[in-house]
Design a protein around this ligand. Structure first.
Ligand code: LRH
Ligand code: MN
Length: 393
C-alpha cells in the first residue's frame, strides 16, 4: 500500500475545500422517536437560535454554510430577516422542507387523500413553501410524503398515484426558474402496508414526468435492509436525476443516527460514486444534507461529528487511484480492483483533514474546539427559560 504522493494530497485537499454540507434545523432542536423525545439543556427555542447553532458548526468545520428549514417548525414572521440573521452568522438558508405529515386532516393522506378538500389544503401548504423560498432565497423545495395505507383495500393504489401526480404538477408549475423540487422516497413508516413514494423508482418516475426542475432525494435511512444505495446513486447520477442526499445512518430502519456511525464503509462507497460521477463540487448541483435526530447525544457536537464523518468518507473516496482501478477492472482482475478501493478506504485521512483545516485557518480538531469554546455553557444559561423547540410529534 503506497502512501498518497504530494500531488494527490493537494488534489484531494482542493476538492475537499469546495465540499458543502447542509445541516438540518430540526437536529438542533428536540427530536427523537415515537416513544420518547428527551429534552436537553441549551436547546434552541426558536428558528433564530437554531440558525445561530448552525452558524457555529460552519464556523468550526468550514464546510456547512447552509441550514435547511422545516415548515411549520421554522415558521417566522419575517423570512428575509431570518435570512439576514443567518448571514450575520456566516451562513445561508437552504432547502425548505414542507410538512404535510402532522396535521390531523392528513390521517388518510395529504396530497393523496380521498377527500379533495384535504388534498387542496396539502397542496396549498406546498405552494406556501415556494412563497417562503422566494423570501429566503432558497433553491430547493424538499418534499417527503408520509402518505400511504396500512391495510390492503384501504384505498386505491393507482388513484393515489394520480392524486400525487396532480399535486406535484401544480407545485412544479409554481416553481421559479432557479428553483427545484426534490422528491424524497421512504420504504415505510408511518404507513405500514403501501407508501405512495416508497422507493427510488417511484420518485424517479414522477420526477421524469414532471420535468428538469424535479430531482430525487436519497435519504440513506429510507431503504430496505441490504439495499445497495451506491447503485441508486450511480444510476440517478447517470440520468441526471440525483438532486440531494439526506444523510444519516441506521442499524435497522429510519434510525436517523449520525451519518457514517453505523456503516462508514457504505458512506465511503456512496461518496466514491459521487467522486466517480464528478458530482462533488457545488456546481454539480447535488445538495448534501444531513437529516438526523440527536435524542440522547449532545446535538451540536453530534452534527459536527457528522460533518467530519462525511468529510472523511469523501477524502477516502477522492484517494481512490482511478487509473489503477480502471486497469484492474479492464483486465478483470477482481481482487486487484477491490484492493484499490479498500486501500483508499483503509487510509487514515484524519491528518490530511487536520492539515486542510489549518490551511483554512480553522482549528484542526473541531470537536475539541467546540468543547473549548464555552458555547454550550453560554447557550445553556441564555436558554434556561422558555419553550424548547421540537418537531411537535
Ligand atoms: C422523513 C424525513 C424527511 C423529513 C423528516 C424530518 O422520515 O426523512 O426528510 O421531513 O424526516
Ligand atoms: Mn429525510
Amino acid at each position: 500500500m503506497t502512501q498518497p504522493d504530494t500531488r494527490t494530497l493537494e488534489r484531494v485537499k482542493l476538492a475537499l475545500r469546495s465540499q458543502r454540507i447542509e445541516t438540518p434545523s430540526w437536529a438542533y432542536a428536540n427530536s427523537g422517536t415515537r416513544f420518547k423525545v428527551f429534552p436537553q439543556e441549551g436547546v434552541p427555542r426558536n428558528p433564530y437560535e437554531k440558525v445561530a447553532d448552525a452558524g457555529v458548526v460552519h464556523q468550526l468545520t468550514g464546510v456547512a454554510p447552509t441550514v435547511a428549514l422545516h415548515i411549520p417548525w421554522d415558521r417566522v414572521d419575517d423570512y428575509a430577516d431570518l435570512a439576514a440573521f443567518a448571514g450575520d452568522h456566516g451562513i445561508g438558508l437552504g432547502a425548505i422542507n414542507a410538512n404535510v405529515f402532522q396535521d390531523n386532516d392528513y390521517k388518510l393522506g395529504s396530497v393523496t387523500n380521498p377527500d379533495p378538500g384535504v388534498r387542496r389544503k396539502a397542496v396549498d401548504h406546498l405552494l406556501e413553501c415556494v412563497d417562503i423560498m422566494d423570501r429566503t432565497g432558497s433553491r430547493d423545495l424538499k418534499l417527503w410524503f408520509s402518505d400511504g395505507t396500512n391495510y390492503p383495500g384501504q384505498d386505491d393504489i393507482r388513484a393515489r398515484q394520480d392524486r400525487l401526480a396532480a399535486a406535484l404538477r401544480e407545485t412544479y408549475d409554481r416553481l421559479g426558474d432557479d428553483q427545484r423540487l426534490l422528491l424524497e422516497y421512504k420504504l415505510f413508516e408511518p404507513a405500514f402496508y403501501a407508501t405512495d413514494v416508497p422507493d427510488w423508482g417511484t420518485a424517479y418516475a414522477h420526477c421524469l414526468e414532471l420535468g428538469p426542475k424535479a430531482q430525487v432525494v436519497i435519504d440513506t435511512g429510507h431503504h430496505a435492509p441490504g439495499t445497495n444505495i451506491e447503485f441508486i446513486v450511480a444510476f440517478l447520477l447517470r440520468v441526471g436525476k440525483l438532486g440531494a442526499f439526506d444523510f444519516n445512518s441506521r442499524f435497522y430502519a429510519d434510525d436517523d443516527l449520525m451519518v457514517g456511525s453505523a456503516d462508514p464503509f457504505q458512506l465511503f462507497r456512496i461518496m466514491y460514486e459521487i467522486v466517480r460521477g464528478d458530482a462533488l463540487a457545488p456546481e454539480a448541483g447535488i445538495a448534501f444534507m444531513l437529516d438526523q435526530c440527536h435524542n440522547i447525544e449532545a446535538k451540536i457536537p453530534a452534527i459536527i461529528r457528522s460533518v467530519l464523518n462525511v468529510q472523511e468518507a469523501t477524502a477516502k473516496a477522492l484517494l481512490v487511484d482511478a487509473d489503477a482501478l480502471a486497469a484492474a477492472q479492464r483486465s478483470g482482475d477482481v481482487l486487484a480492483a477491490n484492493a484499490v478501493l479498500m486501500d483508499a478506504y483503509n487510509t487514515d485521512v484524519r491528518p490530511l483533514l487536520a492539515e486542510l483545516r489549518t490551511d483554512l485557518g480553522l482549528d484542526p480538531d473541531p470537536m475539541a474546539a467546540y468543547a473549548r469554546s464555552g458555547y454550550f455553557d453560554r447557550i445553556r444559561a441564555e436558554r434556561a427559560g422558555g419553550q424548547q423547540a421540537g418537531w411537535g410529534a
